[in-house]
Design a protein around this ligand. Structure first.
Ligand SMILES: C[S@@+](CC[C@H](N)C(=O)[O-])C[C@H]1O[C@@H](n2cnc3c(N)ncnc32)[C@H](O)[C@@H]1O
Length: 292
């Protein structure tokens, strides 16, 4: 347990949680139609490779709006249950309301920092679509997950692979960094280690082994994602979320006069991804699996 004190509250993840419960929640709401559609294909591939069994109790780590939790609740059926856990109260409030409206009684949702809170197991499986990359201490967090699994229980997590194979995010970061610098002083909270913290196969497999998991397997998944219905929306997305979006957000008004220049450079940088079906970019993830 951490006793770290920060201006955002106590705990090693306090700043990241303030970011997810604040500006990032607002941005996920705004871009949800793009984000969850794009991420869905990678999550579905993980569930195709490692399907939960009917009757399983499954933990969905960093569940966000809970669409994967509801999907898993359907797969495990009435005899099983899906528990979505997220450190952001606002994500969990949305997830609860949506599960209630959709009539999914075997999905439940809990507000908790996965790194520091007991997770009320046991579960046969823990799943995560992009929800494990933001812990200050991923080994501690995944050790906590492991202790909530039954012996032999499975962890399946989808995480971004290397930046170069997710050019829409990385190129946007490089373009923004050519024009502005990440500020040393800022008022907004940041999201923690960031989306590429588990992109290295060796790092990620070591994290899993140090957390006490065995039988680690990493499956590369390449499925293009829609990043905007048109180039304006794609620019808006990368200037709002991800590494480029974080730099722009932290700079706030200090970079306002450069937005036109950034916009023009991004328009050029993202042009190759424009298709008749919108802006579609290559995207690459690891589907990492391990046994408790
Ligand atoms: C990229 S979003 C993914 C959301 C969802 N799984 C999806 O695929 O749409 C990351 C999620 O992890 C959550 N998160 C970040 N740090 C967390 C922590 N320490 N404990 C629990 N959840 C956390 C965030 O609040 C956010 O909802």
């Amino acid at each position: 347990m951490s006793t770290t004190e920060t201006r955002w509250g106590s705990g090693a993840n306090a700043e990241a949680i303030a970011a997810w419960d604040g500006p990032l929640y607002d941005r996920f709401v705004r871009f949800r139609h793009v984000l969850t559609t794009g991420l869905a294909a990678h999550g579905e591939e993980a569930l195709r490779l490692y399907p939960p069994r009917p009757g399983d109790r499954v933990l969905d780590i960093g569940c966000g709006f809970g669409d994967t939790t509801r999907r898993i609740a359907g797969l495990v059926g009435d005899a099983g249950a899906a528990t979505g856990v997220d450190a952001s109260e606002r994500f969990i409030e949305s997830a609860r309301a949506e599960a209630r409206d959709a009539g999914v009684p075997n999905a439940r949702f809990v507000v908790a920092d996965v790194q520091s809170t007991a997770l009320d197991g046991p579960y046969e499986m823990a799943f995560s679509r992009m929800g494990t990359m933001f812990f200050a201490n991923p080994v501690a967090a995944l050790r906590n997950v492991r202790s909530a699994l039954v012996p032999g229980g499975k962890l399946v997590m989808v995480v971004w692979r290397r930046r170069e194979d997710n050019a829409w995010l990385y190129r946007a970061q490089q373009i923004v960094e050519r024009i502005v610098q990440r500020p040393e002083q800022y008022d907004d909270p940041t999201c923690g280690p960031g989306p590429f913290s588990m992109s290295g196969a060796d790092t990620t497999s070591d994290i899993l082994l140090h957390a006490g998991f065995g039988e680690v397997a990493l499956h590369r998944c390449d499925i293009p994602v829609l990043i905007g219905r048109d180039v304006e929306e794609a620019i808006d997305l990368v200037m709002s979320l991800g590494p480029a979006g974080e730099i722009v957000r932290l700079l706030g008004d200090r970079a306002a006069h450069l937005h036109g220049e950034i916009d023009a450079a991004l328009r050029e940088g993202l042009a190759e991804f424009i298709t008749p079906d919108g802006v579609v970019a290559p995207a690459s993830t690891w589907i990492a699996a391990a046994s408790a």
